[in-house]
Design a protein around this ligand. Structure first.
Ligand SMILES: NC(=O)c1ccc[n+]([C@@H]2O[C@H](COP(=O)([O-])OP(=O)(O)OC[C@H]3O[C@@H](n4cnc5c(N)ncnc54)[C@H](O)[C@@H]3O)[C@@H](O)[C@H]2O)c1
Length: 276
């Protein structure tokens, strides 16, 4: 098989939740740059407008809609609209996510980190907990369900969820609801993969490490944070959205046709532990 055929996504109908920024935008770009027809769903109306305009001006087939993944009925309607607009739905990235506010440690990496009382369990509010579970776990459920409604009858599809290395590694700089939501999303992915395999629908997860995006107000753009993280990542650098495009193309294309129920970490070796 030729590489060009193996990774061909031309003409595919794609939906990306949280597609107007960061990793979701990278997924949308990776697919659109290779001829797929992409619908971006995102709660940030300004970013939806500017990114669809920018990608459209580059000659890509990209449309956008303002949708909050917490509004499950609106999500269903947006999937119907995406199918109607492009005539098919082949690939869905369930990606929208938020950070969970501060954790019990005050900084991201390094020895001598101070504790942060605001992020301590006894001060963790219901609002903080519920917001993260609502977007990062319930939103993934609702997105997967919206996709399955369309993909199951057609007996084909690719569902790719953005989880995190936080699904299996505790990160004390971010609130614990984030770890709980991501771990839940990972195991939900396993269950959905098993359920939908007979319908030729593959379900996998991308577990990013530390990427520079707008999450949490763009805290990862801080050079001091990047420097501290680079010291604990074996590849000695943080990740950028372009680093994730190859994996997105792999999981969306025929190259991964027989791969399902898997979570692939992409983290520069972070979870292996620092060596030098
Ligand atoms: N950046 C990282 O280091 C990192 C690491 C692991 C996992 N992730 C995960 O990657 C995914 C994307 O995050 P990112 O880092 O690109 O952040 P980002 O903030 O740059 O992008 C997230 C996008 O999701 C949208 N969004 C937020 N809540 C939404 C909602 N309720 N409905 C619809 N859209 C919503 C935002 O408007 C934004 O455009 C998230 O699931 C996040 O948890 C990120």
């Amino acid at each position: 098989m030729k590489i060009a055929e193996l990774f061909r996504v031309e003409g595919l109908g794609v939906v990306v939740t949280g597609g107007a920024s960061g990793l979701g935008l990278a997924f949308a770009e990776a697919l659109a740059e290779n001829g797929a027809r992409v619908t971006i769903l995102d709660v940030d109306g300004k970013a939806v407008a500017s990114e669809t305009r920018r990608l459209g001006a580059l000659g890509y087939e990209v449309r956008g809609e303002v949708v909050d993944v917490r509004d499950h009925a609106a999500l269903d309607r947006a999937f119907d609209a995406a199918l109607a607009a492009f005539g098919r739905l082949d690939v869905v990235f369930a990606n929208a996510g938020v950070d969970s506010g501060p954790g019990y440690m005050a900084s991201w990496a390094g020895a001598g980190r101070a504790r942060n009382p605001d992020g301590a369990l006894e001060h963790y509010t219901d609002e903080r907990w519920n917001r993260v579970i609502d977007v990062n776990l319930n939103g993934i459920f609702a997105t997967a369900r919206a996709a399955a409604r369309i993909m199951k009858p057609q007996r084909s599809g690719r569902l790719i969820m953005t989880t995190s290395v936080a699904a299996f590694q505790c990160e004390p700089a971010i609130g614990s609801a984030y770890m709980a939501a991501k771990a839940g999303a990972t195991h939900f992915m396993h269950c959905v993969a098993q359920e939908l395999a007979a319908y030729n629908i593959t379900v996998n997860a991308i577990a990013p490490g530390f990427f520079v995006t707008n999450i949490g107000g763009g805290h990862a753009k801080n050079p001091a944070t990047q420097e501290a993280m680079a010291k604990v990542i074996p590849m000695h650098r943080v990740g950028f959205p372009d680093d994730i495009k190859g994996l997105a193309l792999f999981l969306a294309s025929p190259a991964s046709a027989y791969l399902t129920g898997q979570q692939i970490s992409i983290d520069g070796g972070w979870i292996l532990g620092a060596v030098d």
